[in-house]
Design a protein around this ligand. Structure first.
Ligand code: PLI
Length: 462
């Protein structure tokens, strides 16, 4: 007989933050006032907040101790030095440009490398990343493998770049119009899906001789490292710390939103190998963010971040528990018969709204409507990741129509317990049982850019 041996989180709870359950009538009113957009809800009206894993982590006692030790010197802060040391040791990049969050790093990178008319390939897209590429005059081109667009494909590395698609982009535009490729680790909009080490290496080997830089979005590279350890031959006995360093070795630099893997509530960085490129980045940093030794962060933020970076890879236990909790929720929802993106990703469970609300056309925003219905059922807040997030085509003005029409239930790190996951799964199952009641939505206000943040909707009458 095999004896079951469970694992548990490698921490215990020292401080709690109360949350409250509200009545369904209250939530009905709250979502109406929020224009059926979960971004516009007040957090006091939310019971279990799965809007995002960004900036929502619980910090450790060691990080909080670091907050007290932050060096707030305008120039030459000791905390900046600690941050540089942590980034070089764990990610392997010698140059650190600190920013207020990931999009600050994306802005600076796009401005120093992209000229109008340039093309930037990427594996699917991220909203702010693509915005900054287009804002700098570039054009984003998706080169992710086809399996990434199929929620039911069980490919183990759905974040991989399709090298044939990449070669075709180079053929069409010429390498001189492609300043860099931006491979995202654990692709967010594909459902938190990893790239394999083999694919990262192939992209690097393809791009180097052509003079195309490889600038990773390493925001969730730790979670990607965990999947490589689980799924790729030859990595089972390597620590995530070693795997993460190898991932970054196949790149010229990275943008990172530290609000995810790095276990802090604010912060980010652009990390580079080339000192000349770093010099150009710092010239913009002082104009847009702050002096080169703090950029967009306070000294205490940098101190907590330096500690978070080391802590995330101190042992593999943290990331095992983190991804394990996401997989636990995914299993419960799957067992209830609800269609989700498989394999379950690193940072959240993605409900397949297109399949769940098959009676709604995509132009009636099924994922937006499903997120609102889930909130009304239980106070669980998720987020639309479908046609609303994809925005409009800059040239034609028509909606971009992604194949993936998803609701993301994103799990903050070290915040919720297994019981919160149980409550969430039960609510998803309840909404699924009543899915035919859910009506589509139409815009009452549509912002021109990054519309999902502030758009407002109303239900379409039956
Ligand atoms: O939110 P920022 O500016 O710190 O980072 C932007 C950003 C860049 N890349 C990736 C892959 C992200 O996921 C990302 C931010 N993501 C958010 C806010 C999210 O809710 O997923």
């Amino acid at each position: 007989m095999t004896v079951r041996r469970s694992w548990a989180e490698p921490w215990k709870i020292k401080m709690i933050e109360p949350i409250r359950m509200t009545a369904p009538e209250h939530r009905q009113e709250a979502i109406r006032e929020a224009g059926y957009n979960t971004f516009l809800l007040q957090s006091d009206d939310v019971y279990i907040d799965l809007l995002t894993d960004s900036g929502t982590s619980a910090m450790s006692e060691n990080q909080w101790a670091g907050i007290m030790l932050g060096d707030e010197a305008y120039a030459g802060s000791r905390s900046y030095r600690h941050l540089c040391e942590a980034i070089e040791e764990i990610y392997g990049y010698p140059e650190t440009v600190p920013t207020h969050q990931g999009r600050g790093a994306e802005h600076i990178l796009s401005q120093i490398l992209i000229r109008p008319g340039d093309v930037i390939p990427g594996n699917m897209y991220f909203t702010t990343t693509r915005f900054h590429q287009e804002y700098a005059g570039g054009k984003f081109v998706d080169v992710i493998i086809d399996e990434a667009h199929d929620p039911a494909s069980t490919h183990p590395f759905k974040g991989n770049v399709d090298l044939a698609k990449l070669a075709a982009v180079v053929e069409e535009h010429g390498a001189e119009r492609i300043p860099y490729i931006c491979p995202e680790t654990n692709v967010n909009l594909a459902g938190g899906q990893p790239m394999s080490m083999e694919n990262l290496r192939q992209v690097w080997e393809f791009c180097r001789p052509l003079g195309i830089l490889v600038m990773l979005d390493a925001t969730r590279a730790l979670e990607n490292a965990w999947f490589i350890k689980q799924r790729e031959t030859g990595y089972q006995d390597r620590s995530v710390r070693e795997i993460l360093k190898e991932i970054c070795s196949y790149s010229d630099g990275a943008t990172v939103s530290s609000k995810k893997d790095n276990l802090v509530n604010i912060g980010g960085f652009l990390a580079l190998r080339d000192p000349e490129l770093a010099r150009r980045a710092r010239a913009l940093l002082v104009a847009f963010e702050g002096l080169q030794t703090y950029g967009g962060m306070s000294g205490r933020d940098m101190e907590a971040l330096a500690r978070g970076i080391r802590e995330m890879v101190e042992t593999d236990d943290h990331v095992r528990a983190r991804v394990g909790q996401v997989e636990y929720l995914g299993r419960l929802i799957s067992e209830a018969g609800v269609p989700i993106v498989v394999p379950v990703g690193g940072h959240g469970v993605f409900l397949d709204a297109r399949a769940i609300l098959a009676h709604l056309p995509q132009d009636h925003f099924p994922a937006q409507a499903l997120a609102a219905a889930l909130y009304v059922d239980s106070g669980v807040r998720g987020m639309e990741r479908g046609i609303v997030s994809a925005g409009r085509n800059k040239e034609t003005g028509d909606h971009n129509r992604p194949r993936l029409e998803l609701v993301r239930l994103t799990i903050p790190r070290r915040v919720y317990t297994q019981s919160h996951m149980d409550v969430t799964a039960e609510s998803v199952a309840a909404v699924y049982a009543e899915r035919e009641q859910v009506r589509g939505l139409r815009f009452t206000y549509e912002p021109p850019d990054l519309r999902f943040f502030q758009a407002r909707f109303e239900p379409i009458e039956a």
